[in-house]
Write a protein that binds this ligand. Structure first.
Ligand code: G6Q
Length: 531
C-alpha cells in the first residue's frame, strides 16, 4: 500500500513543475505581503520561509500531507507517553523533562513528573553547592568541571555551554568525548586535579569511550590526591549498578530514564554541567524556552506551526526537489556547535532506510546536515551553495541584538547585514547580463532558505530553538514512516572494533576478515614497531 507521501508525490511534483516557470523573486513581486504571509512568530522569534520557491498552494498540499501522514496523532502519542520507539519498546518523553506546566505525564500507568522534579531539584541543590563552594573536593572549591561523555551525552551540553557563555558564572566547563587520548590529555594539561570535578555522563555507563576516559581521569586524580580521588567524581546515568561499581556514591549520581533518548538528553541530568555553569535558575529558563516550543507544536494550527512548516519544507526539498543536503548557518559565533548538535539530532534520527514495519523505503529520507557559523562559512563553502551544481537549502539563524560583547556595535550590525545579504543573494542571483556577460559571475538564484530571527540568544531562546528543531525532525520521521528514535546504524562498527582491537593487542592480524582491514592492520603494527 502506498504511504501518504507516495500518494501525494504526483500532486507535489506537478506543483514543483508549475513553480519552476516562476522565480522566487517573481513570487515576491506578485505578492507585496509575501513576508507577512510566509512568516510565523513565536514570542520574540520569527520564522521566515518566504525565500523558498513555494506558493500558498504548495504549502497547503504539504500541510495536507502532514495531516494525512498522521502527524497530529503521532505527536499526541509522543507527548502522551506511548511507546512510539517501537524497535526499542520505549516511550519518548524528553518533553516531560521540560514540562513546566507540571501536568501529569503517565507512562505505563505511572506519572513520571514527580521523579523528573525530584532529579531536577537534586541537580539544582548540587549545582548550587558546587557554585558556592559549599561542596568541596580535596583541594577545596571546585574550579573546573569536566564532562566526560560522548554522542548525546556530550553534543547537547557542549553546544549549550558555548551558546550560553555570557551566563556562565560558575566553575569553568570542559568537555571530553573522544577515545583518542589526545582529547583527555590536552584537557587535563591545564587543570589542577585537586580542584577539578569530573562528571561521568553516560546513560548506559558502558560506553567504551566514556569508560576509558573516566578511568584515565580517575588515575590522574588519584595520582595527585590518593584515596580522596572518588570525591572528585559524580555520575549521570540510568545504570546505578555500574555507577556504584565505579565508586560513585548514589548521592552524587543523577538518574534519568529509558524514555530519554541520548540525543534528547541535555534536558535531563545530562545537563548538569551546564547547570553548574549557568546556575539552576538559568537552566530552568532554558527548559521553559523549550516548553514554549512544545506548547506551540502541540497547539498551533499546522499553517502557523513552525516545526511542522520547517519539516514540510524539508520534505519539499528532499522528496519533491531531490535535494540531498541541508545547511544550518548560525550567524552567531556562540552557536558554533549548533550544526554538530543538529547533525546528530537529524542524521541519527532520520538517517534510516527501512520503515517502522521493516520495509525498505523507496523515497529519500534524512538529508546531509552541515554548517558553520557565518560569516566564517562565507569565506569557505558558500561558493558551492551559491554557484555549485547542487542546490542546498539553508537555515539562517540570527539574533537582532548581541549579548555580552565588549566591542563596538558595528560588529553585530555588519554580521546582520551579511546574514540578510546571503539569503537575498541566494534567492535573487545574478543574470548573465547583470554579470556583464561573464558566465563565471552568474548566480542562478532561486536557492531556498529559511531565516530564524530572534531578539537575542539567551537561555530561553536557545531552549526554544533546540526544541523547534527536535520537533521538525520528529515530523519528518512521521512523514517518512521511519523510527526517528533508534540508532541501530551505530552498532556494527562498534562490534567490529571489538574484534579488531584484540588483533592489534596480540600483534597478529591473521583473523582479519578482508585484505584491506588486514593490510591496514599489518601496516599499523609495522609503523608502531618503529615507534
Ligand atoms: C543518541 C545515541 C548516542 C548516545 C551515545 C552515548 O541518541 O544514543 O549518541 O548518546 O552513544 O551513550 P551513553 O550515554 O550510554 O554513554
Amino acid at each position: 500500500m502506498p504511504t501518504p507521501l507516495q500518494e501525494f508525490l504526483p500532486r507535489l511534483n506537478a506543483l514543483r513543475d508549475r513553480l519552476a516557470s516562476t522565480s522566487t523573486t517573481g513570487l515576491f513581486n506578485d505578492d507585496p505581503d509575501r513576508f507577512t504571509r510566509f512568516s510565523v512568530s513565536l514570542g520574540s522569534l520569527v520564522f521566515d520561509y518566504s525565500k523558498n520557491r513555494v506558493d500558498s498552494g504548495a504549502i497547503a498540499v504539504l500541510l495536507e500531507l502532514a495531516d494525512a501522514a498522521g502527524v497530529a496523532k503521532a505527536r499526541d502519542a509522543m507527548f502522551g507517553g506511548q511507546k512510539i520507539n517501537s524497535t526499542e519498546d520505549r516511550a519518548v518523553l524528553h518533553t516531560a523533562l521540560r514540562n513546566r506546566a507540571d501536568k501529569p505525564v503517565v507512562v505505563e500507568g505511572r506519572d513520571v513528573m514527580p521523579d523528573v522534579q525530584d532529579v531536577l531539584g537534586r541537580m539544582g541543590e548540587f549545582a548550587s553547592e558546587v557554585r558556592s563552594g559549599q561542596f568541596q573536593v580535596s583541594g577545596g572549591k571546585v574550579r573546573d568541571v569536566v564532562n566526560i561523555g560522548i554522542g548525546g551525552s556530550d553534543l547537547g551540553p557542549r553546544m549549550v555551554a558555548k551558546a550560553l557563555a555570557p551566563w556562565q558564572d560558575g566553575p569553568r566547563l570542559h568537555f571530553v568525548a573522544n577515545i583518542d587520548g589526545a582529547d583527555i590529555s590536552d584537557t587535563l594539561a591545564s587543570l589542577d586535579p585537586a580542584t577539578t570535578l569530573f562528571i561521568v555522563a553516560s546513560k548506559s555507563f558502558t560506553t567504551q569511550e566514556t569508560m576509558i576516559n573516566a578511568r584515565s581521569a580517575f588515575s590522574w586524580v588519584e595520582k595527585a590526591v590518593g584515596s580522596a580521588a572518588a570525591e572528585h567524581f559524580c555520575a549521570l546515568s540510568t545504570n546505578l549498578e555500574a555507577t556504584r561499581e565505579f565508586g560513585i556514591p548514589d548521592e552524587r549520581t543523577f538518574g534519568f530514564w529509558s524514555w530519554v533518548g541520548g540525543r534528547y538528553s541535555v534536558w535531563s541530568a545530562i545537563g548538569l554541567s551546564v547547570m553548574i555553569g549557568i546556575g539552576p535558575e538559568n537552566f530552568r529558563t532554558f527548559l521553559e524556552g523549550a516548553h514554549q516550543a512544545d506548547r506551540h507544536f502541540q497547539e498551533a494550527p499546522f499553517e502557523q506551526n513552525i516545526p511542522v512548516l520547517m519539516a514540510m519544507l524539508g520534505i519539499w526539498h528532499r522528496n519533491v526537489c531531490s535535494l540531498p543536503a541541508h545547511a544550518v548557518l548560525p550567524y552567531d559565533n556562540r552557536l558554533a556547535r549548533f550544526p554538530a548538535w543538529l547533525q546528530q539530532l537529524d542524521m541519527e534520527s532520520n538517517g534510516k532506510a527501512v520503515t517502522i514495519a521493516g520495509d525498505a523505503v523507496n523515497y529519500e529520507t534524512g538529508p546531509i546536515i552541515f554548517g558553520e557559523p557565518g560569516t566564517n562559512g562565507q569565506h569557505a563553502f558558500y561558493q558551492l551553495i551559491h554557484q555549485g551544481t547542487t542546490v542546498v537549502p539553508c537555515d539562517f539563524l540570527v539574533a537582532a541584538n548581541p549579548v555580552g560583547t565588549d566591542v563596538p556595535e558595528e560588529h553585530h550590525r555588519l554580521m546582520l547585514a551579511n546574514c540578510l545579504a546571503q539569503s537575498e543573494a541566494l534567492m535573487t542571483g545574478r543574470t548573465l547580463e547583470e554579470a556583464g556577460g561573464d558566465p563565471h559571475k552568474v548566480f542562478s538564484g532561486n536557492r531556498p532558505s529559511n531565516t530564524l530571527l530572534y531578539d537575542r540568544l539567551d537561555p530561553f531562546m536557545l531552549g526554544t530553538l533546540m526544541a523547534l528543531y527536535e520537533h521538525k525532525v520528529f515530523v519528518q520521521g512521521i512523514v517518512w514512516g521511519i523510527n526517528s528514535f533508534d540508532q541501530w546504524g551505530v552498532e556494527l562498527g562498534k562490534q567490529l572494533a571489538q574484534e579488531i582491537e584484540p588483533m592489534l593487542a596480540k600483534q597478529t592480524v591473521s583473523e582479519a576478515s578482508n585484505s584491506s582491514t588486514g593490510g591496514l592492520a599489518r601496516t599499523i603494527l609495522g609503523f608502531r614497531a618503529r615507534g
